[in-house]
Design a protein around this ligand. Structure first.
Ligand SMILES: CC(C)(COP(=O)(O)OP(=O)(O)OC[C@H]1O[C@@H](n2cnc3c(N)ncnc32)[C@H](O)[C@@H]1OP(=O)(O)O)[C@@H](O)C(=O)NCCC(=O)NCCS
Length: 142
């Protein structure tokens, strides 16, 4: 497994969109139009590859000089729980740190809070609903 930064307008980016649909959006009935390649042009795309196929991903969206948000964290269903998610988080943290960010946060679906806790994230504030699913903000100082 390798983890790399990828870019919009490439075959890897298209594969990443397919993975986001399959793992994150289709299961909750959100259409592909939710993903706007134009809006996320300035974001940082991280993809995990196995046999040249994208099997895991996340996006980093800078919020201000110090804070960066991790979004669209997903690992292909049949290979979840094999360490890929944790490796993607580690890669994202060091990349964010290299770029000068010192606070990484995400809107975590409540079902995966234990996953983020294992990576050292802490709940920040009250729960809220996003895409019809209960979430909590979680954060970590880098
Ligand atoms: C959440 C997700 C990204 C984790 O990726 P993964 O590759 O399966 O996670 P890892 O194998 O690296 O797991 C790391 C640790 O977290 C634990 N973990 C992973 N998912 C978990 C979950 N849903 N609940 C509790 N613990 C979990 C693992 O058991 C492992 O523990 P260990 O370090 O003690 O062995 C992946 O399961 C996924 O894509 N889920 C569906 C989409 C989703 O909900 N994304 C997050 C949106 S906020």
């Amino acid at each position: 497994m390798t983890i790399q930064i990828i870019y919009t307008g490439t075959p890897a980016y298209e594969q990443m969109i397919d993975l986001r649909m399959e793992v994150l959006l289709n299961p909750i009935g959100i259409p592909k139009t939710y993903i706007s390649p134009e809006k996320e042009k300035q974001d940082i795309f991280i993809a995990a590859f196995e046999d040249e196929k994208v099997v895991g991903c996340c996006i980093l969206t800078p919020i201000n000089e110090k804070s960066i948000q991790l979004r669209q964290m997903a690992v292909k269903q049949n290979i979840q729980h094999s360490g890929i998610g944790a490796a993607i988080i580690k890669f994202a943290e060091s990349n964010a740190k290299e770029r000068g960010f010192n606070n990484l946060f995400m809107h975590a679906r409540d079902a995966v809070i234990p996953f983020y806790e294992k990576q050292g994230y802490q709940i920040d504030g009250e729960g809220f609903t996003e895409v019809n699913i209960p979430h909590h903000k979680m954060k970590k100082e880098l």
